[in-house]
Design a protein around this ligand. Structure first.
Ligand SMILES: NC(=O)c1ccc[n+]([C@@H]2O[C@H](COP(=O)([O-])OP(=O)(O)OC[C@H]3O[C@@H](n4cnc5c(N)ncnc54)[C@H](O)[C@@H]3O)[C@@H](O)[C@H]2O)c1
Length: 447
């Protein structure tokens, strides 16, 4: 099948590469010339496991192309996937300007039947607005061409995006058009060979399903983070509580980790957008408003622990930070807790030595040149001259560190473990002061 993907970011590039890998001919369009040049030069703009080889393979097989040429891209595909960004507007609602611009581009350039697929995360009713934007563009041209708009929200997780796209839990197709539904089923049939994963519904339900999924996951995280505060107060360990409740199949083990708060490009903005769009319809999603408040507090939980231990004036102190990306296996730092933590610590006078296995370049872009921040290229280099270590992202290489090195390199052997990676009694037995999330700190046994 001939497919166009509009927007070549995390979602668009993964979608384009995976659809090409199934044998389709895919053209990925973006307005960002630098990104398209990089891709055409054989580079990859994001870190995503398995994506580089998949892109190379399909470019070599001439099934995957990248362009900034809107007319050519629109002419190419019967299926036009829209995967552009939907950042939060000032009031928290989803900013649809890129989605609607993409829709207008299609309307201005299409010459035959198109299925326009909303893959971006968009509020309920957006499919209707996209339909209208295309209709207006066609009307300006004084022509009528048949087209359909379907909703096909994406559920991939950054860090496992290729795997998720190739083996999805479910494929949601919101469509009111029979021909478009058949074409969508054909596109996704190869991804649902072993069991029927396609869920057909109306566009509005599909749009709401995506927000509901992210809101539910964010709720679980904030719930555990609030419970972690209580666990500390009552002398319980949230890790025991997590295992205790997670073994109940009605609750399940996923997304029950207390930590430094959720971040990334999706949960924060999607929770905000859902609360906002509900309010516009006179519905108060009080649970989600609380989820958001709890998360804002949680991003500062490590800083609060640092202040409780070292005081409010951190001049003359240096902190090692392990992990900058909002989660492991990605270089994405959008809304990453590390940003709030680093900015706040520097604001209190501290110096930071930070290390991330892949997000160094992105961190350089995000933070710019700052005298108080050194981005270093190894775990150990971050520890040099540091008063304490803060674990912010649970990268695999942080899970079993050399605790002797940590103890000997830090000026004071103190770990603030924002991801509860370590066993508190074990770390204490090695002579390291340990502060986790939702766990009472044991007294170090070795000086
Ligand atoms: N990142 C994720 O993990 C994820 C997962 C599921 C859903 N989503 C949703 O998918 C959408 C895209 O997210 P992302 O993380 O891929 O965003 P992104 O910012 O990485 O990529 C968006 C791309 O669209 C391009 N673009 C903007 N306007 C354009 C236009 N008119 N024509 C062509 N290209 C245009 C931008 O230049 C950018 O490269 C969002 O709605 C997001 O909520 C994201």
């Amino acid at each position: 099948m001939k497919i166009t993907v509009i927007g070549t970011g995390y979602v668009g590039l993964v979608t384009g590469a995976c659809l090409a890998d199934m044998g389709n001919h895919v053209v990925c369009l973006d307005v960002d010339e630098r990104k398209i040049r990089l891709l055409n030069d054989g580079g990859i703009p994001i870190h995503e496991p398995g994506l580089d080889t998949m892109v190379q393979r399909n470019v070599a097989a001439q099934r995957l192309q990248f362009t900034t040429d809107i007319a050519a891209a629109v002419a190419h595909g019967t299926m036009q996937f829209i995967g552009v960004g939907t950042p939060p507007d000032e009031d928290g609602s989803a900013d649809l300007q890129h989605v609607l611009a993409a829709a207008r581009s299609i309307g201005r350039h299409m010459t035959d039947y198109k299925v326009i697929v909303d893959k971006s995360t968009v509020p309920v009713g957006t499919a209707d607005r996209v339909r209208e934007a295309v209709r207006e563009a066609l009307a300006e041209r004084g022509i009528a061409i048949d087209y359909a708009v379907v909703s096909n929200p994406e559920f991939l997780k950054e860090g496992a995006a290729v795997e998720d796209f190739m083996k999805p839990d479910r494929i949601i197709i919101g469509s009111d058009d029979e021909r478009a539904t058949l074409l969508m089923q054909a596109v996704y049939a190869p991804f649902a060979r072993n069991r029927d994963k396609l869920q057909l519904m109306d566009t509005r339900s599909a749009e709401l399903t995506k927000y509901a999924a992210n809101a539910m996951l964010a709720t679980r995280i904030s719930f555990m983070n609030e419970l972690a505060h209580l666990a500390e107060q009552v002398g319980a360990d949230i890790e025991h509580v997590r295992r205790g409740i997670g073994s109940d199949p009605r609750i399940g083990t996923h997304f029950l980790y207390a930590g430094t708060g959720y971040g990334g490009s999706c949960f924060p903005k999607d929770v905000k957008a859902l609360v906002r769009s509900a309010r516009d319809r006179g519905v108060d999603l009080g649970v989600l408003a609380a989820v958001e408040r709890a998360n804002e507090r949680q991003k500062l939980v490590l800083v609060d622990k640092v202040r409780a231990r070292f005081g409010d004036d951190l001049h003359g102190r240096t902190f090692a930070i392990w992990g900058l990306a909002f989660k492991p296996n990605t270089d994405d730092m959008r809304e990453a807790p590390s940003r709030v933590i680093i900015d706040t610590l520097i604001g209190l006078g501290a110096r930071i030595r930070a290390y991330d296995p892949v997000a160094q370049a992105e961190a350089r872009r995000v933070f710019g040149e700052q005298p108080a921040l050194s981005l270093v290229d190894s775990r150990d280099a971050a520890l040099e001259q540091a008063d304490a270590l803060l674990i912010v992202t649970e990268w695999r290489e942080f899970k079993s560190p050399d605790f002797d090195t940590i103890r000997s390199m830090l000026k004071q052997p103190v770990i603030f473990d924002g991801r509860n990676l370590y066993d508190p009694p074990l770390v204490a037995a090695l002579g390291i002061e340990y502060h986790g999330i939702g766990r009472s700190a044991p007294v170090p046994e070795r000086a």
